[in-house]
Ligand binder design. Structure first.
Ligand code: GLA
Length: 391
């Protein structure tokens, strides 16, 4: 089925629509470092959110998602875009449009918009940032609004923090807004300086492994980790003139960690500091084409997320720890917020099938249900597309 055909079925009175796409993302390394002023190393993937849209002649916004057909068409006025629980998923595009209007951009009319996402739901591959960014691009193109791309990225984070209520960092929107085919992005989340690094893995692939675990607590635990780090930073600031944990070297952390009053907070801060160092090292290893060393850093990252940051859980640990034991696996770790969601592994192409089979069999036996596997293609950031989209 073609998405334009779907659009015409749902919005028969609409004029010829235009199409847009925003990817999801994986993060290679640098987890829970973004809101700590450290570095991240994500990449945009070929799964994402499609939007098919055309302008209306009145002030109405009408949203429909192929993923939530039971919710039907959700309608708002461009001048009444407050968060409304009853609007469920449509709060993401509503929030983004409201943020763009609040930035001072006038939308003369409303629009009909159909969304379709092929990012597995709740998998930690950033479906929410993806829908925010695809909305940003469609508003930009349909209404001739000029938005600097990094400003659009910041608006997406603003929506997430102030409209949806998750205190997330800037990584997801940045990776999705700024992604580049076959490249990962090293981003300094304090300064927003960034570098593209070619992601050439020769005879290896990035395997994404979905735990299929429902992540109901993710939001609240996420916010809790963030505030634990903020308290640790405040303790350190009693003696150190730093503005984020990302400024600390491992050595400086070791010399000053006694300032952190709560031992749990000290562990969280340790992860943030060491993970930031690992991320910089991993980027250098990738540039030297040393995939083996890169893989070892991924493994160390997972261990730190398990032991010091406590965001992995049995499902992710089972997948990652099983992968570590298998021939052909160069490295494996959780990706994204954790608490479920997905793991990634760098795997020799010739061993991909066996690796999947072995992880599946251990996972099913231990957890009781199946994991799902995807192979990641690294694609471009959010943009208008012209080719017909099949679903
Ligand atoms: C989520 C957030 C990001 C980042 C990661 C953890 O994906 O949206 O900002 O904090 O978790 O690295």
């Amino acid at each position: 089925m073609n998405l334009v055909t779907d659009f015409k079925r749902i919005f028969p009175a609409s004029s010829q629509p235009r199409m847009f796409f925003a990817p999801g993302r994986i993060n290679l390394i640098g987890e829970h470092t973004d809101y700590n002023g450290g570095h991240v190393f994500p990449a945009a993937i070929s799964f994402g959110t499609y939007a098919v849209a055309s302008k209306r002649s009145d002030q109405k916004l009408r949203f429909y998602s192929m993923n939530f057909p039971d919710a039907g068409v959700i309608e708002s006025d461009i001048h009444a875009l407050d968060y409304n629980e009853a609007d469920s998923w449509a709060n993401y595009p509503k929030g983004m449009i409201r943020a763009i209007i609040e930035k001072g951009h006038q939308l003369e009319t409303g629009a009909d918009i159909l969304f379709y996402g092929n990012i597995p739901n709740g998998a930690g591959l950033s479906s929410s940032a993806s829908i925010e960014m695809v909305t940003g691009v469609l508003v930009e193109e349909l209404f001739d609004v000029t938005l600097d791309r990094i400003d659009m990225v910041k608006l997406g984070q603003h929506v997430e923090n102030n409209y949806i209520g998750v205190n997330s960092g800037i990584m997801d929107q940045f990776a999705i807004g700024m992604g580049k085919q076959d490249h990962a992005i090293l981003l300094n989340c304090q300064t927003l300086e960034y570098h593209y690094a070619p992601l050439v893995l020769e005879n290896h692939s990035i395997l994404i492994i979905n735990t299929n675990k429902q992540r109901t607590l993710a939001g609240s635990k996420y916010n809790e980790r963030r505030s634990q780090c903020e308290t640790a930073l405040a303790d350190l600031q009693e003696e150190l003139g730093i503005i984020s944990l990302g400024e600390l070297s491992k050595e400086a952390f070791e010399q000053n960690k006694h300032l952190i009053k709560d031992p749990i907070h000290a562990k969280r801060a340790k992860h943030a500091v060491y993970e930031n160092a690992r991320t910089l090292e991993a980027k250098a290893k990738l540039e030297e084409n040393d995939i083996q060393a890169f893989g070892k850093l991924m493994n160390a990252s997972h261990l730190s997320l398990k032991e010091d940051y406590a965001v992995t859980g049995e499902e992710l640990d089972t997948i990652v720890e099983t992968a570590w034991e298998l021939d052909g696996v160069v490295g494996a770790r959780m990706t994204g917020a954790g608490f479920g969601g997905c793991a990634i592994a760098i795997v020799e192409n010739a061993r991909l099938d066996t690796v999947k089979e072995q992880i599946q069999s251990t996972y099913k036996q231990k957890i009781g249900y199946e994991a799902t596997f995807y192979t990641a293609n690294i694609g471009d950031g959010a943009k208008e597309i012209t080719e017909g989209v099949m679903r």
